[in-house]
Design a protein around this ligand. Structure first.
Ligand code: NAD
Length: 487
């Protein structure tokens, strides 16, 4: 593995590594040890504009590059990611904290997005109709538009940018990645690999930073559109600004996901999926379980099984093989989770398992919170309403499916929801009625693969076209209609 030294990470603009001139940086910590491992520059508007100019210039040649040539670069990047797989995973765990197997899962999905985008020669095909009138034909061409960018969150620093840029670049646009300032190193490593592959300069750029860089991207007359993934609060601000500046925008926001367990659920097979849904990635997933709705008399046996499985869940440094749950990604994240646990107690929920104060041997400064289970949670409580982004299960006992769906629909978010049942009829009703973008039937984390849109509804998504698959191809292209008549 590459040694991680404490340095201010560089931007990647026009095929070159460039030091930011800003004096403002953010510290990056290894969340398992509390060690300082890097610094992120809060790049200035001026530096960001340099990246936009490079991407704009590169677009002229790149859009005229044959589609199979463009895709061949994606294939080479895909192969290079595969060759550096373990290194990439270890860097991801070192800066983000998640268990190494979860990092491997994330990079598998990252590579799948590249693989999916190599189908662009087919995905970008338009369509035509002959003889719309005598001797006149009509066709649609899907053309690239110019410079796009993404603003990424801290929880999937390896994967999220690849929901977008392989599709954007594959169809002939040029691109700028703005990683989360909390976890810049995964993208730095990816760009080192991309640099070695030798993508033409300016096609793919990276600018580190925060609001100043993002505002420069949104305000520039030379950018076309933004893909944002992060909190709903920030997403809404940026969506509004994108509208004001005439940009295309897709905003994937926060979540509070409800898992419903019916009395006829197969508990033995459901509980492992439920547990992983809440504790996977230490609860820092937009698809993470948020509330467990126990329907009717499944409540007691479900509660018992959840407690037993929670106690057996192993917490530690994500780099150690076999550890199931790493630390929270930041001290701030840990403090937020701790404050929610306190709020749950204050609001009168019963704390069955308390993850506060967990000790991980050899890691006294890590941001650890252990599996936490609340019972007797009321839907009106903050722990049942708001995104905690930590390993906390809130159990709500409901009488039937209607009550469960009413609770789900009263929540502002609609990212994902799952039902556990052995009845096809119940499953069908759930998928039909529940207003959430990603539905799991006996699946705890309904994470769409690269060929499907990463959906989301209500306050979890703003826009119309989503990341990944055909939606991404439509987002990054413009349909041009051509009507022809030859004399
Ligand atoms: P965040 O909103 O704090 O930050 C996301 C990005 O926005 C970062 O790159 C950050 O630098 C930038 N940013 C923050 N404030 C800004 C501002 N005022 N102006 C311009 N840019 C700004 O989100 P986060 O804490 O990094 O990520 C966690 C959130 O992301 C959770 O709510 C989670 O549910 C959500 N998320 C959603 C999905 C999805 O697909 N729906 C996927 C992953 C994460």
């Amino acid at each position: 593995m590459r040694t991680l030294t404490v340095e201010v990470v560089k931007n990647y603009i026009n095929g070159r590594w460039v030091e930011s001139k800003t004096k403002e940086t953010r510290d990056v910590f290894n969340p398992a040890t509390g060690e300082l491992i890097a610094k992120t520059p809060m790049s200035t508007a001026e530096e960001t504009i340099k990246a936009i100019e490079a991407a704009k210039t590169a677009f002229r040649r790149w859009r005229a590059t044959p589609v199979f040539t463009r895709v061949r670069y994606l294939n080479r990047i895909r192969d290079a990611f595969e060759d550096n797989f373990e290194d990439l995973c270890r860097i991801l765990t070192t800066e983000q904290g998640k268990a190494i197997d979860e990092a491997r899962g994330e990079y598998r999905r990252t590579i799948e997005n590249l693989e999916c985008a190599t189908a662009i020669p087919s995905l970008q095909m338009g369509y035509n109709t002959e003889d719309i009138a005598a001797g006149i034909d009509e066709m649609v061409i899907k053309q690239p538009l110019g410079v796009f960018f993404c603003v990424a969150p801290f929880n999937f620093p390896g994967m999220v940018p690849t929901w977008f840029w392989p599709f954007a670049v594959g169809v002939g646009n040029t691109y700028i990645v703005k990683p989360s300032e909390q976890v810049p190193l995964s993208q730095v490593r990816q760009f080192e690999i991309i640099d070695e592959v030798g993508l033409p300069k300016g096609v793919l750029n990276m600018v580190h930073g925060g609001p100043e860089a993002v505002n420069a991207l949104l305000e520039s007359p030379d950018t076309i559109g933004m893909s944002f993934v992060g909190s709903t609060h920030v997403g809404k601000l940026l969506y509004k600004k994108a509208g004001e500046h005439g940009k295309r925008a897709q905003v994937q926001g926060g979540a509070k996901n409800f898992l419903t367990v019916m009395p006829d659920a197969d508990l033995e097979r459901s509980v492992p999926a439920i547990i992983t849904s809440f504790y996977g990635c230490t609860g820092q997933r937009c698809l993470a379980g948020g509330v467990l709705l126990a329907v009717g008399d499944i409540y007691e046996p479900l509660k018992e099984a959840i407690i037993e499985a929670s106690k057996a869940y192993t917490v530690g440094n994500g780099l150690e093989e076999g550890v199931q749950m790493g630390p929270l990604a930041s001290k701030r994240g840990m403090d937020t989770v701790l404050s929610y646990i306190k709020k749950g107690v204050d609001e009168g929920a019963e704390l069955l398992l308390d993850g506060r104060g967990i000790k991980v041997e050899g890691h006294p400064n890590g941001y650890f919170v252990g599996p936490t289970v609340f019972d007797k949670v009321k839907p009106s409580m903050a722990i049942a309403q708001e995104e905690i982004f930590g390993p906390v299960i809130s159990i709500v006992h409901v009488k039937d499916l209607d009550e469960a769906i009413d609770i789900i629909h009263a929540n502002r978010y609609g990212n994902a929801s799952s039902v556990f049942t052995s009845s096809g009829g119940t499953a069908r009703e759930y998928q039909y009625r529940v207003k959430a973008g990603n539905i799991g039937i006996n699946i705890g984390v309904a994470a769409p693969i690269a060929t499907f849109p990463f959906s989301g509804m209500k306050d979890s998504f703003l826009g119309d076209l989503h990341g990944q698959g055909r939606d991404a191809v439509d987002f990054f292209t413009e349909n041009k209609v051509v009507i022809t008549r030859w004399f």
